[in-house]
Design a protein around this ligand. Structure first.
Ligand code: MN
Length: 257
């Protein structure tokens, strides 16, 4: 099995390095990741300047082919698959992200977008995040993904994508694995208003998470219960339930009849 690893926290982020050490035990492993942190860049790609891919060596795994790319997470996957790798990978794994990617936050996530890029290119993908920002311990999450990857690769069709979140608690306190839909995430006081040295107002995105809907069977709820959450997701945003009713609106060429 051939696996491409990427992330949005940067090529030397601890989460990616820990994951690489586990994945290299089970697969031919390649890495292409941004040269600096690109969190919350969503699915952006670079069109107006050249991309460069510098070969880098991980100290603990100098044998791994790894590239540092001056682009976004989606750029990294696209470039790796189309230009850098000798052959198409069987699986793309993005992470381990520092911090959760739950509910509506997956739409902003560079980690998830890199995985989506894999699926767009016809490669099944896993996005993996650790729900702990301040004191992340990636070992258990990395081992879990090394266990999950072959199971997924066996079952997966090429358009399949799993969004995995691992709770930040110690491994022995994890309560189980739960397969869920995405929940909803809201933030309270999202912007801090401050004054710059010239007396002008500026705003800084911050805010506290408030999970308004305490719904069961969501990824948000699973992480609160210290369970690993797995959500199969897709990038087709079509609202299939709406298709028929919008057709009934009889929208035609303007002035036509
Ligand atoms: Mn990140």
């Amino acid at each position: 099995m051939r696996i491409l690893l990427t992330n949005d926290d940067g090529i030397f982020a601890e989460g990616l390095q820990t994951l690489a050490q586990e994945i290299k035990k089970i697969a031919e492993t390649y890495i292409a990741a941004p040269d600096h942190e690109q969190s919350a860049t969503g699915h952006a790609i670079t069109m107006h300047r050249p991309l460069r891919a510098e070969k880098v060596k991980y100290r603990h795994s100098p044998e791994l082919a790894a590239w540092s790319v001056n682009g976004t997470p989606a750029d990294c996957v696209k470039l790796a698959v189309e230009a850098l790798l000798p052959q198409k990978p069987d699986l793309v794994i993005s992470g381990i992200n520092r911090g959760a990617n739950l509910g509506t936050d997956v739409l902003y996530s560079g980690t998830v977008s890199a995985a989506i890029e894999g699926v767009i290119l016809g490669i099944p993908a896993i996005a993996v995040s650790l729900a702990e920002y301040h004191n992340p311990q990636y070992d258990y999450a990395a081992a879990f993904i090394a266990y999950l990857a072959p199971i997924f690769a066996k079952q997966a069709k090429k358009e399949m994508l799993l969004n995995v979140n691992v709770p930040g608690c110690p491994a022995e306190q994890i309560k189980g694995v739960s397969i869920n839909r995405l929940g909803v995430r809201h933030y309270k006081n999202p912007f801090e208003e401050r004054t710059d040295p010239r007396g002008r107002t500026y705003y800084w995105l911050a805010g506290e998470i408030v999970d308004i809907k305490e719904e069961k069977d969501t990824d948000v709820a699973a992480i609160k219960e210290d369970k690993i959450s797995i959500t199969p997701i897709q990038y087709d945003l079509t609202d299939y339930a709406m298709l028929e009713s919008v057709r009934k609106w009889r929208i035609d060429l303007q002035g036509g009849g």
